[in-house]
Design a protein around this ligand. Structure first.
Ligand code: SF4
Length: 327
């Protein structure tokens, strides 16, 4: 594959490239790489050296992303870059996010052809952080559009404003991690920025379908769910919130989130938001969707089995309220 020059950078003194794709704004000297390893400076030209290099390729249920309100029950071709621009110490995908992993090459055309071959209506850029695959996603979008395939990102939302605006023209849905409501925690522990992720949520929710995931970690963020739900409700009460059970990974060895903590978080979030789900834990009823007006069960879920039980065309089969789904 031909080398792809990176977008969103400028050359400063001594041929140092400043990458503007995300707010880290890495200053990359000739021969050097950015924090995410996605970009390399070769004699004053910054290249997207991860272009078309993937660690993982699989067909998943779309509920696994998780996306519960976007084409429910469909399958999605999922593909991952190698690397990340944040450093969450509990990352469950740290082997492909923080370590240089084995990759294989795939072109945008091949990726779209695979989606056609496997009959998946959408492609997800997921597992590791897709923001650092900006050029590859952008190029894939040209072919995907021709074939009527939607593109989805599962992301930490840590991206500069201009490239985000470009992505929002080509991406149909995002699941965005909102990992904490503490700016200090974002800076010190995650090496990200709360305000940047909030900006991404706010901008994206105005243009495309979004869902938000919060990994609930005892002692880290389990007292923030009220704040977090209120914040999302202030944008739009219909944003689905996935509260995900933490399990020990990478540098974190504290025990998994207790089921009682998850249940309490669910009840708290439901006071503010119409659609709240518990992930990574089998708690009866906490994966189903209920009509906000009449409480009719619209969609029943168990694991990745999905039954659309209470939707007639695009309305609640009981009260006729228009449902908040992309069907
Ligand atoms: S995208 Fe990567 S290279 Fe660019 S600023 Fe962010 S971490 Fe640095």
């Amino acid at each position: 594959m031909n080398k792809r020059e990176a977008e969103y950078y400028e050359i400063t003194e001594n041929l140092v490239a400043r990458c503007n794709l995300c707010p880290h704004q890495c200053a990359i000297p000739p021969g050097g790489e950015g924090i995410c390893w996605a970009r390399k400076n070769e004699d004053g030209t910054l290249y997207a050296q991860n272009y078309g290099r993937t660690t993982s390729l699989a067909v998943d249920p779309i509920e696994k992303k998780p996306l519960f309100h976007f084409r429910p029950g469909s399958e999605i071709l999922s593909v991952s870059p190698n690397g990340c621009n944040m450093r969450c110490p509990y990352c469950q995908n740290y082997t492909i996010s923080f370590k240089k992993a084995v990759t294989r090459e795939i072109t945008p055309q091949e990726l779209v052809s695979l989606a056609k071959e496997y009959n998946t209506p959408s492609i997800a850029f997921t597992y590791a952080e897709p923001i650092i695959w900006f050029e590859f996603i952008k190029d894939t979008s040209k072919y995907a559009k021709e074939k009527g395939i939607d593109l989805v990102m599962v992301t930490n939302g840590f991206i500069s404003e201009k490239p985000l605006d470009e992505l929002l023209e080509i991406i149909s849905a995002m699941n965005i991690d909102l990992k904490s409501m503490s700016s200090e925690y974002y800076h010190k522990v995650l090496k990200g920025d709360l305000e940047v992720t909030k900006r991404t949520i706010e901008k994206a929710s105005a243009i495309i379908h979004i869902e938000v995931t919060n990994l609930l970690i005892p002692g880290d963020n389990d007292t923030e769910i009220e704040d977090l739900s209120r914040y999302l409700a202030s944008i739009d009460k219909t944003i689905p919130l996935h509260i995900s059970r933490y399990f020990p990974h990478n540098d974190y060895d504290k025990p998994p989130t207790p089921i009682d903590t998850l249940k309490k978080a669910y009840d708290t979030a439901r006071k503010h938001l119409y659609y709240v789900y518990i992930g990574n834990a089998p708690i009866e009823g906490c994966e189903d969707t209920y009509c906000p007006d009449c409480s009719n069960t619209l969609v029943e879920r168990s694991g990745y089995t999905v039954k659309i039980t209470g939707i007639n065309k695009d309305k609640c089969s009981n009260c006729g309220r228009k449902v908040d789904f992309v069907l």
